[in-house]
Ligand binder design. Structure first.
Ligand SMILES: [Zn+2]
Length: 262
């Protein structure tokens, strides 16, 4: 490790936390249809006071103010701290692993979009098409500049979209929402088909683990719904980061590796 790397990593983490703070506000504004979607100043969700720059230091402001608004002293939901931490750590990991200037910017953008879509769907049970559709369009363009042939990614998009479309139409929209089809297409375009299958599998496992956790520790009733499609995002992030490693591990472990290799 050299010092210049360290400085880049610290910068990536800080950049991620700032972006996480902004994205938390963006998710809030998207859901409540607030004006100034991209340009609005951050405000306290309780008293609506416009926050000053010293209230906006990622992580530190929240910690030093004890998780309370500096003006009205009401609790600020912990998720605002989580946004900063999770975006920061994600950016740090991606910058650490991928240094190529051709791959890193689209990967970071994809990671950002997946995180925003995850939190939005998880919190509000809605797929926000104002983020999803542009993300699909950009992922589509990126396909033509990647290491595999475009068909590799298009097959992924067809499987991902088809998987959710089938469930949607078969159940009349009861099992999955129409937005999950868009998620399937987006993840397929980003990952290509072998990793898309892994992503569907991982999303299911993350969803089940979350459900068990909620039932045991949070008194989640049997009828409470979980937006299962949302778990495609964390699964997709893991697959973007080191999906090949997981896939090869699975193929080796299951013995399928002698028939398939990617
Ligand atoms: Zn306040």
């Amino acid at each position: 490790m050299i010092y210049s790397d360290l400085i880049i990593w610290i910068f990536a983490f800080i950049f991620g936390t700032v972006l996480g703070s902004f994205s938390g506000a963006l998710i809030h504004r998207l859901h409540f249809d607030k004006p100034g979607l991209w340009t609005g100043r951050s405000e306290c969700p309780e008293c609506k006071t416009t926050l000053k720059w010293w209230n906006l230091f990622p992580l530190f402001s929240y910690a030093f103010q004890g998780g309370k608004c500096a003006y009205c002293h009401k609790r600020i939901p912990f998720i605002y701290f989580l946004y900063e931490l999770i975006f920061g750590v994600t950016f740090l990991l991606f910058v650490q692993k991928f240094s190529s200037p051709e791959v890193l910017p689209p990967l970071l953008f994809a990671a950002w979009a997946l995180l925003v879509l995850f939190f939005y769907d998880y919190l509000y049970f809605e797929v926000d098409l104002r983020i999803t559709i542009p993300a699909i369009a950009l992922a589509f363009i990126w396909v033509f500049f990647r290491e595999q042939a475009p068909s590799f990614y298009f097959i992924g998009a067809a499987i991902g979209g088809g998987f959710y479309a089938l469930q949607y139409f078969a159940s009349g929209g009861k099992w999955v929402g129409s937005g999950d089809m868009y998620f399937g297409v987006l993840l397929g375009l980003l990952l290509g088909w072998p990793l898309l299958l892994l992503c569907l599998f991982m999303a299911y496992i993350i969803g089940v683990i979350t459900a068990i956790y909620l039932i045991i520790f949070k008194d989640y009733g049997r009828k409470s719904a979980l937006p299962m499609g949302a778990f495609l995002m964390p699964a997709g992030l893991v697959c973007l980061y080191n999906g090949d490693w997981w896939l090869n591990m699975y193929l080796t472990w299951s013995g399928l590796g002698q028939y398939y290799s990617f």
